[in-house]
Design a protein around this ligand. Structure first.
Ligand code: UDP
Length: 371
């Protein structure tokens, strides 16, 4: 006779490790907890300081992690390896039913490799994005993470199409929308109410925002010097604010940029506030391409490719490369004639709900503790 003694809830480990992860994991944690799932939040500590980590917990209301791996900074291999060693202990102690990893940082791939060998179901949020640029560490992380995942949550139709063409089974792929946009939409009013713009003495729609941190743009001194010259040129046309990633700050070695306000990385709300009223954004960030699309703000991506082509086809993004003369011509063009605002399908603030629905349907809710 089957005897049901009690039920334990489904346990899901959610992983965040670096700045672009925190705003992606927050709505997923909330949506799972709202369905009664026992969520264990892991912070790998890949980004760990006040401006790159703490501020996102405070401003987004992301609860403190249940496990802090404190891996710290290091080379590509050092970070990934430390994440794997520490995350394996968490998995052994928690025996989750599923593990959710987001994005494309080293913590994503490190935890994915460990989870895949543990027997837990592995879900990748933001699956299928492809720049096809193998010089990007993130591209390797994306491809490897997808390959070992059971569930692939795609933010756009092109990402789902990439996965199909790579041979993934259709039942693994779920087109759910964009969790980063869930967080953007739920915080937009708070962000717009911030006094940041006023405090900076900026007039709405009359300034530019810059973010640059990809190794291809900032690690080579000659490339960085060329781009710095470009920013100084933009700064002669309109005020430029450049919240500077620690990697870029280190490469600039104290070099000031004439007519460009180099500031510390901004907290999430001030950063979104800065984007929302910008006339123009120049970036090499992945997330910023998506945020500017939803905010309807012109974005120039200083890279040769993007893993987010939907922001070009259905948004305000243009991939302009790094040839300074070409970029200058596009800046003139976009300032004179900004692109129309459009928003991709399913970027509606409900992506995390769709993810939680799929995840909880895939694992029986409530496991009998004794049969
Ligand atoms: N961001 C922020 N403050 C900043 C720069 C960025 O809050 O000064 C946020 C913003 O929401 C952005 C996200 O951090 O989308 C991730 O940005 P990052 O460029 O670090 O990562 P990527 O998206 O390129 O992986």
């Amino acid at each position: 006779m089957v005897r049901l003694i009690g039920f334990v809830p489904v346990r899901v480990v959610c992983v965040a490790g670096a700045r672009p992860n925190f705003m992606k994991v927050k709505p997923v944690v909330d949506a799972l907890e709202a369905r009664g799932v026992d969520v264990e939040l892991v912070h790998t500590g890949q980004h760990f300081d006040a401006t790159m980590s703490d501020v996102f917990f405070e401003e987004l209301g992301l609860r403190q992690p249940d496990h802090h791996l404190e891996v710290g900074a290091g080379s590509q291999a050092e970070t990934t390896a430390r994440v794997m060693v520490e995350f394996e202990k968490v998995i052994q102690n928690t025996s989750p039913d599923a593990v959710v990893v987001v994005g494309d940082v080293n913590s994503t791939v490190g935890c994915a490799l460990v989870a895949a060998k543990s027997g837990a179901r592995l879900a990748h949020v933001e699956a299928g994005l492809r720049s096809r640029d193998w010089a990007m560490p993130e591209e390797i992380n994306r491809v490897v993470t997808d390959r070992v995942s059971d569930l692939l949550f795609a933010s756009s139709a092109d990402a789902a199409t990439n996965l199909i063409s790579e041979g993934y089974r259709p039942d693994q792929i779920h087109l759910v929308g964009n969790v980063m946009i869930d967080t953007l939409l739920s915080n937009l009013d708070r962000a717009k109410a911030r006094p940041w713009l006023h405090d900076q003495g900026l007039t709405p729609h009359q300034y530019a925002v810059v973010t640059l941190h990809r190794p291809s743009n900032v690690d080579d001194a000659e490339t960085l010097a060329r781009l710095a010259g470009l920013l100084e040129w933009v700064g002669e046309k309109l005020p430029v604010i450049f919240p500077c990633h620690p990697r870029t700050r280190a490469r600039l070695k104290g070099r000031a940029l004439a007519s460009v306000a180099l500031v510390e990385p901004l907290g999430y709300l001030d950063f979104i506030s800065s984007l929302a009223s910008a006339r123009l954004v120049l970036t090499d960030s992945g997330g910023v391409q998506e945020e500017t699309t939803v905010l309807g703000v012109p974005c120039l991506t200083l890279r040769e490719s993007t893993e987010r082509p939907i922001t070009v086809r259905e948004g305000t993004n243009r991939v302009v490369g790094t040839d300074v003369e070409v970029i200058k011509a596009v800046v003139e063009e976009v300032l004179a004639s900004p692109p129309p605002a459009r928003r991709p399908d399913l970027w509606d603030g409900k992506a995390a709900d769709r993810i939680a629905e799929v995840l909880t349907a895939g694992i029986s809710i409530g496991r009998p503790t004794d049969l």
